[in-house]
Write a protein that binds this ligand. Structure first.
Ligand code: C5P
Length: 239
């Protein structure tokens, strides 16, 4: 069984996004959560502020950590960065599929050789890009077709999956099968405001659509009781 499939079967489906500027704020939230209930995502802001020590600290606490740094550089540089990230004990990391096949294969090769084998997923198109902006980048196909093409690059290079919207999940699941891991942000529990997310989906609907892991930020981090909010999301997933 691949790493993606075994991890999916075993642990929580929610990845809480630690979108904080300082380690102290992240620690305060994490202190109210349990590794049996969620995994954690460390992105550019928190990593730039607090560095690899915090990532290793969270992993040592027993949490599965998704290091969301979206590497995109020449193959050698990305491979070396992935190697360092794997040594931190992260559970998942990502690279931009737009980095191209050679970069994706270089990242996959080092991850596969690492003693502690993290999942490696690709970012297809950033959902923040407008159609106009994609055209300015020379990406003139239909957005769904662009996403599928980039997901195919990730799949062919042997990555474990992609980050995508839950709306895209059914088509990607059909095309790439059950072994390909789909990580979906833009999740809002029933009755919770969408905030700045334009296309949101409930936890239950996202799972029904074929998502493996749901990235959830503010519905947990800004809740009056984050542990209760997480518990409600987990209940909605199981429903
Ligand atoms: O607070 P919220 O649930 O909207 O946070 C979603 C998280 O998922 C944030 O860390 C955001 O950067 C990330 N993300 C996203 N959309 C993408 C890729 C990542 O919202 N397409």
């Amino acid at each position: 069984m691949s790493a993606a499939r075994s991890s999916r079967a075993e642990g929580p489906r929610v990845i809480v996004a630690l979108d904080y500027a300082e380690a102290e704020a992240a620690r305060a939230l994490v202190g109210r959560l349990a590794p049996s209930q969620c995994r954690l995502k460390v992105g550019l802001e928190l990593f730039t502020a607090s560095g690899p020590a915090l990532v290793a600290e969270l992993a040592d606490m027993g949490f599965d950590v998704f290091l969301d740094l979206k590497f995109h550089d020449i193959p050698n540089t990305v491979a070396r960065a992935c190697e360092r990230a794997a040594r931190l004990g992260v559970w998942m990391m990502n690279v931009h599929a737009l980095g191209g096949p050679a970069m994706l294969r270089a990242a996959r090769d080092v991850v596969e050789r690492s003693a502690h084998r993290p999942l490696l997923v690709g970012v297809t198109l950033l959902t923040s890009h407008s159609r106009h902006e994609l055209g300015q980048l020379g990406l003139t196909d239909d957005v769904d077709a662009e996403v599928e093409r980039l997901a195919a690059l990730a799949h062919e290079a042997g990555l474990d999956g992609v980050v995508c919207s839950a709306q895209e999940a059914p088509r990607l699941r059909t095309t790439f099968g059950t072994g390909f891991c789909l990580v979906t942000p833009g999740i809002r529990p029933s009755g919770v405001a969408a905030q700045d997310q334009s296309r949101v989906m409930t936890p239950h609907a996202a799972i029904q659509n074929g998502s493996d892991f749901l990235v959830v930020g503010r519905p947990v981090t800004q809740a009056a009781d984050p542990a209760a909010a997480l518990m409600a999301i987990n209940a909605e997933i199981r429903a």
